[in-house]
Design a protein around this ligand. Structure first.
Ligand code: GUN
Ligand code: FE
Length: 440
């Protein structure tokens, strides 16, 4: 195991490391010995082969560590962490009632003030530098989540959950729920959307069609468009949920139509799961520009289903990866990549799909640049290329159990395969956003 050197806490700095990154042009960048230069504003000004330059004692040489773009988690629930790993195989709606709604109901400001900083540290320790997250129903604890993200340094889109149909809010009068939730969400958006020069953003967050009336869905979408904010929800995750939506929205032709009618679907919409869709829904989803957060670890944990990723990519739907903690039991996006690979293989073995063609380097792209693009942030982050903001991680590839790596894997695909299928819990040694080292 290599010792951990003192990593630079703030820009500017220059690192020497191996680099592995997807590139904007579709290729993969692999530099066994590279120079990574971050300027005072936290931007990458050079990512290039070390080449013939002389050894420089002022530059931290991290080799054999690998610098990669920070991982992007497109779908995570901040209040749910304490119950991660509980309720394997339960029906979604029962699992929400039993394990999730009580936890979120208790997510007061004081709870978030304690938990959110710990969750952000754990995310950074796992290599996640950007999240799109759900808080709970309460504006106070959502505000505390934002304050914790501001302080920690993680790049975060967060939203207060909105529910005006099936809800755990025991206090509020029925006729007040809609207006109150819209006002509270708009207030939070005004306070936090775009904060710290765009590091923090707001997502209007109607939980899913089961929890929301047509008005809630439509008004939240209208507010998201008004503020230029995101709009996030769940779509077609579980058979019981889909049946319920059919009954609640008899005038809609299918689940997607509920969100179409609400005006929610555009390139600022992030829909989690999207498993049980008809061919027509896949086509319309692609045409809408909406993004899908693929949450395979969650989908396996709750037996929700197998999302046909290859089909969606072929249809042109922008897809990124989500941990969906706590229905996903682990917050590491490396683990989510593994679950995605397993899902693709099971789909193939079950006869539904062609032999999976996605390689470990494709999973790296999905967990970084594709996620960044899904958030509309692909110009700024998602790959290690000059001109982008320095959201990056360093990974120790020698850290393997039970024996240390005896020889370095020089092939980038083999290296990525090992990190996905045999990860070490401490292999991520550092994570930066805009060149600022994140507490872990
Ligand atoms: N659908 C509606 N709410 C939730 C949630 O909290 N987790 C998951 N996995 N699915 C949901
Ligand atoms: Fe979820």
């Amino acid at each position: 195991m290599s010792d951990r050197p003192d990593l630079p806490a703030r820009p500017p700095f220059t690192l020497r490391a191996r680099v592995l990154t997807p590139l904007d042009d579709g290729a993969v960048g692999h530099l066994p010995d590279a120079c990574l230069e971050v300027d005072a504003t936290g931007r990458l000004v050079a990512v290039e082969a070390w080449g013939a330059r002389p050894a420089d004692p002022s530059v931290l040489d991290l080799r054999p560590w690998v610098a990669m773009p920070g991982l992007v988690d497109l779908h995570v629930h901040l209040p749910q962490v304490p119950n991660a790993g509980l309720g394997a195989g339960m029906e979604l709606l029962d699992w929400l009632d039993r394990y999730i709604f009580p936890l979120e109901q208790a997510y007061a400001r004081e709870v978030a003030e304690v938990q959110a900083p710990l969750v952000f540290r754990a995310l950074a320790a796992a290599g996640t530098t950007t999240i799109s997250a759900y808080a709970a129903l309460w504006p106070e604890s959502t505000d505390a989540c934002f304050a914790a993200a501001e302080e920690h340094g993680i790049r975060a889109v967060i939203g207060k959950v909105m529910m005006d149909r099936v809800t755990y809010d025991a206090q509020i009068a029925r006729h007040d729920i809609l207006d109150t939730s819209l006002r509270q969400s708009a207030d939070l958006c005004e306070r936090w959307h775009g904060a710290d020069d765009g590091r923090l953003g707001y997502a209007f967050t109607p939980r899913f069609a089961v929890s929301c009336t047509e008005e809630m869905l439509a008004e939240s979408a209208r507010l998201a468009a008004y503020y230029g904010a995101w709009w996030q929800s769940h779509l077609a995750e579980d058979a019981g949920e889909c049946d319920r939506v059919k009954r609640l929205f008899p005038e809609s032709r299918d689940y997607l139509d509920v969100y179409e009618r609400a005006g929610g679907l555009n390139d600022r919409a992030i829909l989690a799961h999207a498993i049980h869709l008809s061919p027509s829904e896949v086509e319309r989803l692609a045409a809408s520009g909406a993004r899908v957060a693929h949450c395979p670890a969650s989908n396996l944990f709750l037996s929700s289903g197998l999302m046909p990723l290859a089909r969606y990519l072929e249809a042109g739907i922008p897809v990124g990866l989500g941990s969906d903690l706590a229905a996903g039991p682990e917050l590491s996006i490396f683990s989510v990549m593994r679950a995605a690979a397993v899902t693709a293989r099971v789909l193939h073995l079950a006869g539904g799909e062609a032999r999976p063609r996605l390689s470990p380097l494709d999973w790296l792209r999905l967990g970084t640049l594709a996620g960044a693009r899904a958030l509309g942030m692909g110009e700024r982050i998602g790959s290690l290329e000059a001109g982008k903001e320095a959201d990056l991680i360093v990974v120790d590839p020698v850290l393997t159990d039970p024996l240390p790596e005896s020889e370095e894997l020089t092939d980038p695909e083999e290296l990525m395969s090992r990190l996905i299928f045999r990860p070490h819990p401490e292999m991520v040694r550092g994570a930066w956003v805009r060149g600022k080292l994140l507490p872990t």
